[in-house]
Design a protein around this ligand. Structure first.
Ligand SMILES: [Zn+2]
Length: 257
């Protein structure tokens, strides 16, 4: 390897046009840090990068360190996840996950669980039935937030630590996004809270601790998955300061109806 170059295994999160034919790629590196690099000529149909650095793909890249942005010198496709890009619903899910990662990852900041989490989430998106997409998306966002230091406390009160009963169907739970999750009835009067259906909190809690295989098998109904996604949207807005446009698209596109 020439001086100033390095290899990385990456997942492509975002592509931004640069000039006539180049792209700036935002990528999640295997150590969980973010890499931004220019792929020169990547928008020309003849470019080797066009098929090797597809959105959401896993690739091995050789990069040259640059003053502001690094430069992609070589790329090898490892996993393409073709079905994600050929289905609007699957792509919407991947786009929500990628937009979150774009916001919570940083250059040089390691977060080791994020890569394996995201590769597994994309693998499941690629293979799952369409109706599982909202649940898989919500689960990835909750887990990625937890790995980034923003895990909601749902089964215990964030003020006093007492158990909060999420199992009573049809009841509501006091929640404060700012305080970090559920609040018991005794602590609720001294906090600013909203009320959420207990099923929504219960499923968000299940998504946090379950594998994607299990989440797919649970076959959660769509309206519940969408409510958990709404929870994710508010949770990310409160703790990351981002209003995820890709999730907004879920709610307004009518894709899953
Ligand atoms: Zn309490």
């Amino acid at each position: 390897m020439a001086a100033g170059t390095y290899r990385a295994r990456v997942i492509v999160l975002r592509k931004t046009r640069l000039g006539e034919s180049d792209l700036i790629l935002t990528m999640l590196s295997e150590d969980g840090s973010q890499i931004r690099a220019v792929a020169k000529g990547a928008r020309k149909p003849s470019s080797q990068f066009a098929s090797r650095l597809e959105l959401y793909a896993v690739a091995e890249v050789l990069l040259a360190s640059g003053r502001s942005l690094d430069i992609v010198k070589e790329a090898r496709l490892v996993r393409g996840f073709k079905r994600i890009r050929s289905s609007m619903e699957r792509a919407a899910g991947a786009s929500g996950m990628a937009e979150l990662l774009d916001r919570v990852t940083q250059l040089g900041l390691e977060n080791e669980k994020l890569f394996a989490l995201t590769e597994s989430a994309f693998e499941h998106l690629d293979g799952a039935e369409i109706k599982a997409v909202p649940a898989l998306t919500a689960a990835h966002i909750l887990k990625a937030m937890a790995f980034s230091g923003f895990r909601p406390s749902l089964a215990t009160c964030v003020c006093c630590g007492k158990d909060v009963d999420l199992a009573q169907a049809g009841s509501t739970i006091f929640v404060s996004y700012a305080e970090g999750g559920s609040i018991c009835a005794a602590c609720a009067p001294s906090n600013e809270t909203i009320r959420l259906q207990s099923e929504v909190c219960a499923w968000a809690n299940v998504f946090l601790v379950s594998t994607f295989d299990r989440i797919e098998a649970f076959d959660v109904d769509l309206s519940t998955s969408f409510s958990v996604l709404q929870f994710c949207q508010s949770w990310v807005r409160e703790h990351v300061g981002a209003n995820l446009k890709s999730l907004q698209f879920f709610f307004t596109s009518g894709l899953f109806e």
